[in-house]
Ligand binder design. Structure first.
Ligand code: COD
Length: 159
């Protein structure tokens, strides 16, 4: 079975993430979304909340599942039986760092990284920007699923 991992923070999931996951799901038998547990960084949403949103947003894909991981991405890939990491590339600015990580990952374990060009609709989109837009009352409905937008409004009102 050809399995791929789409890793990230997903705080929260955006339409840019979902575009990459959807395209990867057509190329691989199974796609595992890996949510990084980063103990040194507090997110807006807990890991459980991010997973819940990802599961809801990808429920129409029969071959996509969601799991969390900590430590090295390559160890997570090995545990999941995945030989490929799929990453979206937004701009040249993403490339430098992504290339370093991809080369380190292949050196560590032989796990390959496949880069997918972002959909131009989402080339400027990140979870951080969406949080900023919603925080200041802007309309992010083109960039996240409706239910994610609602959760953002509720959470940012509380903060
Ligand atoms: N369009 C297309 N793709 C996008 C978009 C967009 N608008 N936004 C995000 N993406 C893709 C990118 O591929 C990105 O890598 C991924 O989605 C996740 O994005 P984020 O912002 O949720 O997550 P990041 O960038 O914080 O995640 C970083 C990782 C968790 C992937 C990385 O830190 C990692 O692999 N950590 C594991 C630790 C490790 O193994 N370290 C050694 C590596 S050498």
């Amino acid at each position: 079975m050809r399995r791929a991992v789409c890793p990230g923070s997903f705080d929260p999931v955006t339409n840019g993430h979902l575009d990459i996951v959807g395209r990867a799901s057509r190329l691989f038998d199974e796609v595992i979304i890996g949510v990084l547990i980063n103990q040194s960084k507090t997110g807006l949403f807990t890991i459980e909340e991010r997973i819940e949103m990802l599961r809801e947003a990808t429920s129409s894909y029969a071959n996509v599942r969601v799991a969390s991981f900590h430590g090295l991405l390559v160890d997570f890939c090995r545990a999941q039986g995945a030989a490929v990491v799929v990453k979206g590339l937004r701009a040249v600015s993403d490339f430098d760092y992504e290339l370093q990580m991809a080369q380190m990952n292949i050196g560590l374990s032989g796990v390959e990284t496949l880069f997918m060009p972002t959909n131009p609709l989402y080339s400027f989109l990140s979870s951080s920007l969406v949080k900023d837009v919603v925080k200041w009352g802007g309309d992010a409905s083109a960039y996240v699923p409706d239910f994610v937008g609602e959760r953002l409004v509720t959470r940012l009102k509380q903060n």
